[in-house]
Write a protein that binds this ligand. Structure first.
Ligand code: UDP
Ligand code: MN
Length: 258
C-alpha cells in the first residue's frame, strides 16, 4: 500500500458543531425525545437554539442551551433570527463543521463524522469548501468552517437577517442562496439526510444506522416513520427511533440495534 505523503486530516465528533433549532412549545414534546437519545451521548457538540428560558432545559444543557431571544412565532423573520444566532455561535466556537438540524431530526454522529471526513477538507482542497443540503430543508445540512467564514459578509451579526429579508425566503433557503448564488459554491446533496417530507418507509431497515439524519412525522394524517419494528409501542415511542438509540434502550434494558 503506497504511503500518502500528505498528513491525514483528523476529525472527531468534538470538531462538529450541531445546532438544533427548537421553540419553547416543543421543549417537552420534541426535545425530550432527543435529550433521551442522541443528544445525551453527544452533549459536547450539540447546541440547542430556542426562544424562551426554561429552567429544566437550562439545568440539563447548561451553556449548550442558547436562548436566542428571537420571537417564538413561526415567521420567516423569527426563523432567520435563530439561524443568525446559530451561525455566530458556530463561528465563536472554533469548531470545524457547522451542522444544522430541526428538533424532529435524529442525528447519527458516527456516519456524520465519516461523511465529513470522506469529503475534501476545506484546507486540503483549497477553494472547494463543502456543504450538504437537502433541498426541502428539515433534513439538516453541514457547512465547513472555511465556507462559513466566506459567508460572513452576508451571514454574520445582523447581516443574515438583512440577506433573508432581501430575498424573502426561509432561513435554510437563505443559507443556500448565500452559498450557491452569492459565493458560487455548488451544494453537495447527500441521500443520507432525511426529513419527514419524504416517505420514510423507503429507508431500508438494514441501512438505518448508516444514515446521518432521520426524522418522523405525519403525512395525510398517517404516520410517516422509519420502517423498523421497535420494542416500544407507537404510543410509547411515536418516532419508532427510540430503540435504535443506545441510551434509552439501556434505561429500559432493551436490546439495541446500534
Ligand atoms: N420552529 C420554530 N418556531 C416555531 C415553529 C417551529 O423555531 O414557531 C422550529 C421547530 O422547532 C423545528 C423547525 O422550526 O425545528 C421546523 O418546524 P416543524 O417541524 O414544526 O415544521 P415543518 O417540518 O413542517 O417545516
Ligand atoms: Mn418538521
Amino acid at each position: 500500500k503506497a504511503r500518502d505523503p500528505t498528513p491525514v486530516e483528523e476529525l472527531s465528533p468534538a470538531d462538529v458543531f450541531i445546532a438544533v433549532k427548537t421553540t419553547k412549545k416543543y421543549h417537552h414534546t420534541r426535545l425530550d425525545l432527543l435529550l433521551d437519545t442522541w443528544i445525551s451521548t453527544n452533549m459536547l457538540q450539540t447546541y440547542v437554539f430556542t426562544d424562551g428560558e426554561d429552567d429544566r432545559l437550562r439545568k440539563r444543557m447548561g451553556s449548550h442551551m442558547i436562548n436566542t431571544n428571537c420571537s417564538a412565532a413561526h415567521s420567516r423573520q423569527a426563523l432567520s433570527c435563530k439561524m443568525a444566532v446559530e451561525y455566530d455561535t458556530f463561528i465563536s466556537s472554533g469548531k470545524k463543521w457547522f451542522c444544522h438540524v430541526d428538533d424532529d431530526n435524529y442525528v447519527n454522529i458516527r456516519p456524520l463524522v465519516k461523511l465529513l471526513l470522506d469529503r475534501p477538507s476545506p484546507r486540503s482542497s483549497g477553494a472547494r469548501p463543502v456543504r450538504f443540503w437537502f433541498a426541502t430543508g428539515g433534513a439538516g445540512f453541514c457547512v465547513s468552517r472555511g465556507l462559513a467564514l466566506k459567508m460572513s459578509p452576508w451571514a454574520s451579526g445582523g447581516n443574515f437577517m438583512t440577506t433573508a429579508d432581501r430575498i424573502r425566503l426561509p432561513d435554510d433557503c437563505t443559507v443556500g442562496y448565500i452559498i450557491e448564488t452569492l459565493l458560487g459554491v455548488g451544494l453537495i446533496r447527500s441521500p443520507l439526510f432525511h426529513s419527514h417530507l419524504e416517505n420514510l418507509q423507503l429507508v431500508s431497515p438494514t441501512q438505518i444506522h448508516h444514515q446521518v439524519t432521520l426524522s418522523y412525522g405525519t403525512f395525510d394524517s398517517k404516520r410517516n416513520i422509519i420502517n423498523v419494528r421497535g420494542a416500544l409501542s407507537l404510543d410509547e415511542d411515536p418516532t419508532s427511533l427510540h430503540c435504535l438509540s443506545e441510551c434509552l434502550c439501556a434505561k429500559l434494558s432493551l436490546l439495541c440495534v446500534f
